[in-house]
Design a protein around this ligand. Sequence first.
Ligand code: SF4
Ligand code: MG
Length: 274
Amino acid sequence: MNEPLQLKPRDYKSAVKPIWCPGCGHFSVLNALTKAFAALGIDKDDTVLVSGIGCSSRLPAYVDSYGFHSVHGRGLAIAQGLKVARPDLTVIALGGDGDGFSIGGNHFIHACRRNVNMTYIAMDNEVYGMTKGQASPTTASDWDHSKLTPHGPGVRPFKPAALALASGAPWIARGYSGNPNQTARLIAEAVEHPGFSFVHVLSQCITFCPEQTDWKSIVHEREEAPVADADEAARLFLHEDGFQTGVLYNAQRETWPPAAPDVKSNDLTLGFKI
Ligand code: SF4
Ligand code: MG
């Protein structure tokens, strides 16, 4: 096994300057990610970031690793395929709440149930930022800032952690853009977890949801150890306020695909040799 590299967080940043709005929470997630890479001594040449579409999905361009800014909602599908084909790589999918829970919602639940050994970082600002501030699956039902939903979307928001648990995700954490050091620790732990690890990051959209600056007085760190029992985690995720950060759930489950049988390459066909 290769020795971990001794790089600094800035060494993992590309020369591309982020075009996010000043004050956007995604800057902090980018910093947390590069801090986590430096702490783990990750090899950029063996690392791939895969995103969908949206403000947060621009992130792979800002990191000096391999990256794929893919199709709306499909980052997880592409990332899982990549990890299955190249299990030697560190694969991280990332994107926003609209991309991940609406357009890509089906991929999200199936990624949780498959448990491929990779990480998914969802930067949740409860809004479609890139398309100018429409309600997303995590928007509060009475959020009335959008002209499309002047009285609020009127439907209850998703609880991403509860959805992940119900779908079979074995490792679930929540971070906050206002605490990049903690988010870096969570991402590092997620990458090291042997299975599908889901990091839900509350990442404020200062432009369309300026009220999210209030999150800093609401967010609170979990003091207890992560829950390991699924029933207990279900009670936690259904009844918590959604602003608890830390590793929330940590269980071990067999990853997919299972270890390949010991076959010779010329046996990998439809039952006959070539
Ligand atoms: Fe960030 Fe919101 Fe600006 Fe997009 S619109 S870059 S999410 S602050
Ligand atoms: Mg969003």
